[in-house]
Design a protein around this ligand. Structure first.
Ligand code: DP6
Length: 320
């Protein structure tokens, strides 16, 4: 048999950065995220005599995956079975476009499908957490919340809740990042004097953003989105050694967006552990926004996405 799964990346409006428990991979800050359409991780898995993981045609060092695969096997009654995993992303991998969220969600789903498991989404979300905290979220479509200290994410608003909602992804660099989110957030937790204030101030930010989202209120949600990523970067910049994921074009985009807002655009950016800038805006402004960004910060690649579906899984007969 083969297990198959497809998942979209989960892009946070309000950020998870820092762990409450490194052993359980639970977050210190609650996050609010949107699962994206169009971008996807597609994974198939079959039984084999050893564990292997191939991403975009390249065999991966197995160490990063073994604890996760062992956790999946324990959770799905597959102990002592080897798993051959093949996964592809149709967007840049490990570059701060949330490929670990979709990748680990799809891997959890594919293994569950292979096992013939009827595990509910809450269990798949908790299993995906062992791979990556952000992978708990795209088990669900639309908007999701992964609360501080939680073991799984929860659906917040469905995929069709806000048809006017778009994300413009500005791809500044295509290569993989130098420091993973996992290492980066641990360094912030251990070394940044701003880490505790970041954690302490995050529940209010999350609560206000959930409320603004429930009213589809751009003018309230947008500034909260900006506060979340800029405070998160505050902890990164003040880590030892400092973590600077930004590139010159990242800052050029941030400043251009400030000018575009003054000119009447409804467009609010966020960033993750990488140089890419992601902009939330109404559907009717997306095309013009990309044209303006491209004119003022030329040479970048732009992708546009909407809220998308949650994890899809299925099982087929045959070998990988
Ligand atoms: C900046 O989920 O990749 O994208 O749980 O250690 O695997 P681990 O971290 P990960 O971190 C995501 C950090 C972020 C913000 C977010 O997606 O909420």
């Amino acid at each position: 048999m083969k297990g198959h799964a497809v998942a979209g990346p989960s892009l946070a409006l309000i950020k998870y950065w820092g762990k409450r428990s490194t052993a359980d991979n639970t977050p210190a800050t609650g996050s609010l995220a949107v699962t994206l359409s169009g971008l996807e991780s597609r994974t198939e898995v079959s039984f084999d005599d050893r564990d292997s993981v191939v991403v975009n045609g390249e065999e991966q060092p197995i160490d990063r995956f073994l604890p996760f695969l062992d956790g999946l096997k324990a959770g799905l009654d597959l102990e002592n079975r080897g798993l051959a995993v093949k996964s592809t992303n149709n967007f840049p991998t490990a570059a701060g476009l949330a490929s670990s969220s979709s990748g680990f969600a799809a891997l959890a789903g594919a293994v569950a499908a292979l096992a013939g498991s009827e595990a509910p989404p809450s269990k798949l979300s908790a299993l995906a957490r062992l791979g990556s905290g952000s992978a708990t979220r795209p088990i669900y479509g639309g908007f999701t919340v992964f609360d501080a200290g939680a073991l799984a994410a929860e659906p917040e608003q469905g995929e069709s809740f806000w048809p006017d909602f778009r994300v413009v992804l500005c791809v500044v660099r295509e290569g993989a990042k130098a420091t993973s989110s996992r290492k980066g957030m641990e360094s912030s937790r251990l070394t940044s004097p701003y880490y505790q204030p970041w954690v302490d101030s995050s529940p209010a930010l999350l609560a206000e953003a959930r409320n603004a989202l429930s009213h589809r209120d751009w003018s309230r949600l947008g500034p909260l989105v900006r506060q979340s990523y800029l405070r998160m970067f505050g902890t990164m910049f003040s880590s030892e050694p400092p973590l600077i994921y930004w590139q010159p074009e990242s800052l050029a985009l941030i400043q251009t967006l400030e000018a575009l807002r003054r000119e009447g655009f409804t467009a609010y950016e966020t960033m993750d552990a990488g140089p890419q800038v992601k902009v939330f805006c109404p559907a009717a402004q997306a095309v013009e926004l990309v044209a303006e960004l491209d004119r003022r910060v030329p040479g970048l690649r732009y992708l546009t996405a909407a809220p998308g579906p949650g994890l899809r899984t299925w099982r087929t007969p045959g070998e990988v």
